[in-house]
Design a protein around this ligand. Sequence first.
Ligand SMILES: [Zn+2]
Length: 333
Amino acid sequence: MVNFKDLGLVNTREMFAKAVDGGYAIPAFNFNNMEQLQAIIKACAETKSPVILQVSSGARKYANQTLLRYMAEGAVEYAKELGWEHPQICLHLDHGDTFELCKSCVDFGFSSVMIDGSSLPYEENIALTKKVVEYAHQFDVTVEAELGVLAGVEDDVVAEESHYTKPEEVIDFATRSGCDSLAISIGTSHGAYKFKPEQCTRDPKTGKLVPPPLAFDVLEEIEKKLPGFPIVLHGSSSVPQEYVDIINSHGGNLPDAVGIPEEQLRKAAKSAVCKINIDSDSRLAFTAAVRKVLVEKPGEFDPRKYCGPARDEMVRLYKHKIIEVLGSDGKAE
Ligand SMILES: [Zn+2]
């Protein structure tokens, strides 16, 4: 049994309370490898932004859960080395699907876990969430739950159709499950293809797809029911066109990839939404940078020569999100 506090990590309780009061959102960035983690920590240290490091089930399979946890422990020390005096870093399980998995993460030093029972019937979702909350809270580990279904593909999480969260259920769900934060469905979606072309309109000037707007009316209803309660948005990458263009002009093929426009996320960050999950955008930044080097320098075979520029590009992306979209810069000195 390892407690997160001994690793220098923090849970989400104080982070979220401050974010709700301050009208900004905490970035939740997924990591799967060293370069991604370095880029996240560098960007957060330079901007003094609290951060949630997310480990998904896909990341656990790819990189090994043990290694990822030690990397997060190392990240706290790395942040201090970069001159960040009081790093606020949370290590979070993304889309935990069983009690056993959540328990093993709590026991292993995670400071926050998500139990995603959103595909279960309502009462079963409550029961499972409650079980995880009762265990996690003994160790001061915070728990994110999900109500409503997001469309899209994220690692092992696949759903064909989305179902908006029903505002009339949130008080009952939050009260009975005891969760610390709630992921809701208001039109965000996992992956780099968040919307089918037929769900979008086309900009007549550029020919690019324009996605449907998020359901801010549903968000407002939820905020009215649960004033000040931390709300989470999954699937909130913007799929920057510049990266898609670089990928497509350097041998890639991502036709009609489309994300959530940043101005909508900016608006959400000012509301009770206090955690915004961004994964696909850093995958795109990484891939664009790697493709560019490999096409421009076909003789290159040192991974540091293409993973290095990819890391630099991710630092730029993360800093942009922190400063221009979430407003979390300067919130963790
Ligand atoms: Zn998600």
